[in-house]
Design a protein around this ligand. Structure first.
Ligand code: GSH
Length: 211
């Protein structure tokens, strides 16, 4: 399979899960600004909105939407234990994937990180931070992961919470969350993804300055 990604974007959650699973995968970088892949393809022909991630699966099909892709990877590599068994536990996992994707990623972080978002949109998003982060702080108190063991929802959460560094949100106000991020960032699959994507992110920034 082939993962279309942009450095440090939400697509990093899938990279983490592919590493966890020891999957054979290739990674195609998408320039978030020009919407060209590293091979010069027009990425909008692959994803009409130009969003990462997209996952080209072996049968030649392309999947989109982070929550769906993460669950697909978990199902393809069951030995990695990235998604729980059982109806209730699976629904809980979907609950967290939806929460992270809507309340956290799109509701809170997208306006804060989007240079084109108006000031009012950023302020409105920031007002929601205490309630949304408070839900996670309360849930993770006394727990290592969102569910019983590390899984796709954790990969997504640690990726998104890593973005706080580029926003006015200070995780020091949510000590449980801060400890969760620190702990998960030390996990080998997460640490590897961060190191690799940080380097690519810096390279992209340099390319942009030079261009
Ligand atoms: N609904 C999509 C949203 C994905 C998304 O927002 N991706 C961001 C990166 S984290 C993106 O590609 N942004 C590029 C842009 O806004 O043009 C999903 O869940 O996969």
């Amino acid at each position: 399979m082939q993962l279309y990604f942009s450095p440090l974007a939400c697509s990093m959650a899938t990279r983490i899960c592919l590493y966890e699973a020891g999957a054979e995968a290739t990674f195609v970088e998408v320039d978030a600004k020009t919407k060209r892949t590293e091979h010069g393809e027009d990425y909008r022909a692959i994803h009409p909105l130009g969003f990462v991630p997209a996952l080209r699966i072996d049968e030649g099909l392309v999947l989109t939407e982070n929550a769906a892709i993460l669950q697909y990877v978990a199902r393809m590599f069951p030995d990695a234990g990235l998604a729980p068994e059982g109806e209730l536990a699976r629904t809980r996992m979907q609950q967290w994937l939806c929460f992270i994707g809507t309340e956290l990623h799109k509701g809170l972080f997208s306006p804060l990180l989007d240079p084109k978002a108006p000031k009012e949109a950023k302020e409105y998003a920031l007002e929601k931070a205490p309630a949304v982060l408070g839900v996670l702080e309360a849930h993770l108190a006394g727990r290592e992961y969102l569910l019983d063991r590390f899984g796709v929802a954790d990969a997504y959460l640690v990726t998104v919470l890593g973005w706080t560094l580029a926003t006015p949100i200070a995780l020091a106000k949510w000590p449980v969350l801060r400890a969760y991020v620190t702990r998960l960032q030390e996990r080998p699959s997460v640490a590897r993804a961060i190191v690799e994507e940080r380097m690519l992110y810096l390279r992209e920034r340099v390319r942009r300055v030079v261009a």
